[in-house]
Design a protein around this ligand. Structure first.
Ligand SMILES: [Fe+2]
Length: 275
């Protein structure tokens, strides 16, 4: 039985905008047994921060593999095994912070942005793809921050300022920089603009510029059934397009294992800071 791992570089479906026609670039796949692919997946997550794994045999194998990558992070909405089914739930969809349980589009964000140390990884396993829509949208925060530091210093300063946002989910409150230093000298990013993210009125144009800039770096893809997307939650922002049908992604949040070094580096940052 063969399993497949598709790294970000050779499997992702690129699109400049969700309104434009999608352009598929799928050069090759690496055929490996999943149990033998751990090292390759870890290396991809460390360097690129995003990885797609195909042909997962089901929920049990998905959980087992997540446990290899790190410790499952308990969440308000998760079951005892750590899984949160992200699917349409009419009871929850209108509550602040629960927009993931609607069929609407979701703007770019990172998960658990209210807590001091967000989970290192977000894993999403496609148990049931949408009938239509439901593209996963991804933005590499390393590229976004590098671009902003050069092209929009005010927006970059906004990200690094410690008093320009309040993220409050009624359980945790975060007031601090959106682009923060990790203990190993790298950077992590957090972001949200749903009903639990608050900004000064004067800063709203900057928030809008950051979101518009993120769209320049957007990748979008449809996770096929039994594919799992794993992203570095302190580097990649994610969202989705609206969908129809019974789309269900099984989400697991993970604290990193000892193999992983948190954060990312920002190209040319010293030059920009000096300027
Ligand atoms: Fe999310």
């Amino acid at each position: 039985m063969t399993r497949y791992i598709d790294t970000y570089w050779n499997s992702i479906i690129y699109a400049k905008s969700c309104n434009e026609q999608h352009r598929v670039e799928m050069s090759h796949q690496i055929g490996v047994f999943l149990s033998d692919a751990t090292e390759a997946i870890q290396k991809t997550l460390q360097t690129e921060g995003a990885c797609i794994i195909s042909s997962i045999s089901g929920e049990d194998q998905y959980i087992s593999f997540c446990r290899i990558l790190g410790e499952i992070y308990a969440h308000r909405d998760s079951a005892s095994n750590g899984i949160t089914p992200v699917s349409h739930n009419q009871k929850q969809e209108k509550m602040p912070g629960f927009s993931g349980f609607s069929q609407d589009s979701l703007e770019f964000h990172t998960d658990r942005s209210t807590v001091e140390t967000p989970p290192a990884f977000v894993a999403l396993y496609s148990a049931s793809p949408a009938l239509a829509g439901g593209y996963s949208r991804l933005v590499d925060g390393a590229k976004l921050c590098s671009f902003l530091s050069k092209q929009d210093p005010d927006a970059f300063a906004f990200l690094t300022s410690s008093h320009r946002c309040i993220y409050d989910d009624s359980q945790f409150i975060y007031r601090g920089p959106l682009l923060y230093s990790t203990l190993n000298g790298k950077y992590g990013i957090r972001f949200r603009c749903d009903g639990n993210g608050y900004y000064s009125f004067n800063d709203l144009p900057i928030v809008a510029r950051i979101i518009n800039c993120a769209r320049k770096f957007e990748h979008s893809l449809v996770l096929e059934k039994d594919q799992a997307l794993i992203i570095n939650n302190e580097r990649w922002l994610h969202g989705r397009t609206a969908f129809q049908g019974d789309r269900s992604l099984l989400r697991i949040l993970l604290k990193p294992g000892s193999w992983f070094s948190r954060g990312f580096e920002i190209e040319n940052l010293n030059f920009i800071e000096a300027a």
